[in-house]
Design a binder for this molecule. Sequence first.
Ligand code: NAG
Ligand code: NAG
Ligand code: CU
Length: 248
Amino acid sequence: MHPAILTLSIINLLVSEVACHGWIKQLKLDGATYVVFPEVKVPDWTAPAINITRQIGYDGPVLDVLSNDITCNARAVPLNDNGVSRTGTITAGSNLQIYWGGWPHSGPILTYMARCDPDCGSFTGSTGNVWFKIDEYGYKNGWATQQLDTQKYWWNVTVPQCIPDGEYLIRHEIMAMSECKTLGKCQFYPSCTQVKVVGGGSVSPGSSDLVAFPGAYGKTDKGILWDTNTQDARDYVTPGPRVWECPS
Ligand SMILES: *[C@@H]1O[C@H](CO)[C@@H](O)[C@H](O)[C@H]1NC(C)=O
Ligand SMILES: *[C@@H]1O[C@H](CO)[C@@H](O)[C@H](O)[C@H]1NC(C)=O
Ligand SMILES: [Cu+2]
């Protein structure tokens, strides 16, 4: 092969590798549709967030579970307009509908919430035990991402009915398992959306159900250091705390 052609095909390979990941395109809550990143081939990752989901660094994964990027992804900043927190209203007990628009990898899907203090426009979520898990799907006859594919890349998460009204950050994440066998190479694709819960109750998770990001995940956790070639997916346990549920 001519060296120039060889170089070109290597560049093509690298580009397609970079473009192989994914990001949330749209959200629906309480009947409103919010844009996350435009459905173009390569969005401008440095452009400010459009609606209520914070920026992400690029479409690739976060690898370091101990870095602040694990909270809401690289480049995520609290969203406010002239000092007023920007949120989308969602009724407690209803579904947050998340549209990924496509997804190339296999792994679990997890969702957490944190009460924003004092409001989401000035809350990073990276300090203290503030997060509780509201939803998880690991492996059930297939990875969560296969279910995502079946659902045409839409994923529903129910906001707990009983939590107090107010502003919360919702951290939604897909993990890609293919490289998790190598320490520090497991892939995380988190992003955070600022919401205002209405119609809720008066029950908050107790301190034993609250975790920190970074902090909730460790490099050698069972669900993170995982070899898809040698381990049985049916034994897979998602990382982080148990899912918190409203008392029945
Ligand atoms: C999303 O942002 C655009 C641009 O600022 C705005 O026009 C639109 O109303 C926002 N969408 C919602 C549902 O608030
Ligand atoms: C998600 O929830 C909405 C409204 O609650 C419902 O119409 C839709 O069918 C659900 N989608 C999936 C994939 O479960
Ligand atoms: Cu990828």
